[in-house]
Ligand binder design. Structure first.
Ligand SMILES: Nc1ncnc2c1ncn2[C@@H]1O[C@H](COP(=O)(O)OP(=O)(O)OP(=O)(O)O)[C@@H](O)[C@H]1O
Length: 248
């Protein structure tokens, strides 16, 4: 189940953001997407998820254009893990995770035994069983993120798309997140995440793509793509700033 952007173009009215993006997300692989502020990472994620319509080119899932996928079927293949500060659910943890089953049982029907089971499995997988009856809004950032990942897993999707998932996590939480993304890929999931930290890409990604000037500037193994020169170019670092790169 491969997700592929082919010559993807996008503009918000007069503002062109993407001008010919080619990118593939594969099962069993962690792909990190890097780019400066405003480069168009979130826009690209929204296009890949079918939440925005491209102005040119197309996104294909399993070789079928995204626009030809029924919404529900798409949700069973592709899940979005939003940034932590978005969507503050006033629900209990189990209910938030059950929301991942909506594409399966619909808005009006009560969750089936299979839905409840899928939610329980996802809660256990993310070590959230003990928190299942707590309110989502009363959890820490790291706990909330685990709930959002559990919701995506309960959805049953093989491809998981994370928007800046390390935001707001402490150092340990960031490393736990990176390790978790690696485990998800080892379990056969395709993982795409955006990040502002080249180190996170080095630590967790099999592949790194750099987005600049509306295009994928480089796409390959972290060690090949994330050279000091490439990082300096991507973030527009001057000589002083570049020296700090080598001081790590
Ligand atoms: N709804 C919108 N309407 C008009 N322009 C938008 C809209 N959303 C984003 N943009 C613009 O599109 C460009 C890309 O934004 P996007 O959020 O995709 O970038 P990003 O790489 O995710 O940025 P950041 O790293 O700062 O989160 C920016 O110039 C932004 O101002």
């Amino acid at each position: 189940m491969t997700l592929r952007a082919h010559d993807l173009r996008f503009a918000y009215r007069a503002r062109t953001v993407l001008q010919g993006v080619n990118l593939t997300v594969r099962p069993g692989e962690v792909l990190a997407l890097l780019g400066g502020n405003g480069a168009g990472k979130s826009t690209l994620l929204r296009l890949l998820l079918g939440l925005l319509r491209p102005t040119g080119g197309e996104v294909r899932l399993h070789e079928r254009p995204l626009s030809a996928w029924p919404r529900r079927a798409l949700a069973r293949e592709l899940a979005y893990v939003p940034q932590l500060h978005q969507a503050p659910f006033p629900y209990r943890v189990r209910e938030v995770v059950l929301l991942g089953r909506l594409p399966s049982h619909g808005l009006l029907a009560a969750p089936s035994r299979a839905d409840l089971h899928a939610a329980d499995v996802a809660l256990a997988e993310l070590e959230l069983t003990a928190l299942a009856e707590r309110r989502y809004t009363e959890l820490s950032g790291g706990e909330r993120q685990r709930v959002l990942i559990a919701r995506a897993l309960a959805q049953g999707a093989r491809l998981l798309v994370f928007d800046e998932p390390s935001n707001g996590l402490d150092y340990g939480g960031q490393l736990r997140l990176l390790a978790r993304m690696r485990r998800l890929a080892q379990a056969g999931h395709g993982v795409l995440f955006t990040t502002h930290h080249p180190d996170h890409a080095r630590q967790a990604a099999d592949r790194v793509a750099l987005l600049a000037d509306g295009r994928i500037d480089a796409d390959g193994a972290p060690a090949e793509v994330l050279t000091e020169a490439a990082v300096a170019r991507l973030y527009g670092l001057n000589e002083d700033e570049q020296r700090l790169l080598s001081a790590r």
